[in-house]
Design a protein around this ligand. Sequence first.
Ligand code: ATR
Length: 285
Amino acid sequence: MDDSRETFAPRAFVTGFPVKHSRSPIIHGHWLKTLALPGSYCTHEVAPEDFPAFVQSLKSGTSGFVGGNVTIPHKEMAFKLADEPDDLSCELGASNTLWLEDGKLKATNTDGQGFTANLDERHPGWDKSGSAVILGAGGASRAVVQAVRDRGVREIHLVNRTVARAVELADRFGMTVHPHPMGALAEVMKGAGLFINTTSLGMEGEAAPAIDFSPMQQNAVVTDIVYIPLMTPILAQAQAQGFATVDGLGMLLHQAAPGFEKWFGQRPVVDEVLRALIIADMEQH
Ligand code: ATR
């Protein structure tokens, strides 16, 4: 084991399968550099069958890591294997951030915080404007539904192609969340103040269906958790129809901050320099 680790240079990881395209090392590397903190953050690919042994090595300290991020397909397993998952993780059944504390492997899920912090930064007051429409009921939707509900949005309409998935997700989150089939979209958009796309529609050059945003409040905001491209077809349509939009890149940046603080001891700042770094990387790949 690296002797300098505990005293001087904590090591953190992002694990997934595959994980080599993760931009998390750029984010944490930037913060380590700008805050002049000792430490490192790397990708650490682990196959699903090896994940339990990896978690064991974290718990025992033999991995040399103080914690890290967990991405697809390990989020559910990370939650199950952690010693102390927090309440957010328990409700979601998935964790994206692990850290060692008092000899225990703790776990949380920061995706929802990332989502709300991005909107707080780019469109303050987003949570005060009536009902919300969330498109999609897959894995990425869960943390968003939880976060929007926890901010006190009174009514959340969850619309999904496969309505059974929307029903299942809505059931997890209580009375505020109403499941609907795609055909109900125009109806539930009436008077809504927030529209969120959590589906893969429009990702990486794929087409997205035409959406008429006009039934929403005039000052409504439209956001997309897809950030490749930054201006997704859904955001482009909303903007062309005169609605405020917030892109999804900030969610990626903000979800990283709580983990960084756990592993390296300081709360980092999401700023335009970091955003520009990631955009430059996206343009290269
Ligand atoms: P993720 O973890 O990224 O959310 P997922 O769990 O596979 O991935 O969920 C993808 C979401 O995009 C789902 O809501 C999916 O709808 P279904 O539940 O009906 O599959 C939605 N989605 C993907 N392709 C779609 C399409 N062509 N039209 C409508 N919805 C689509």
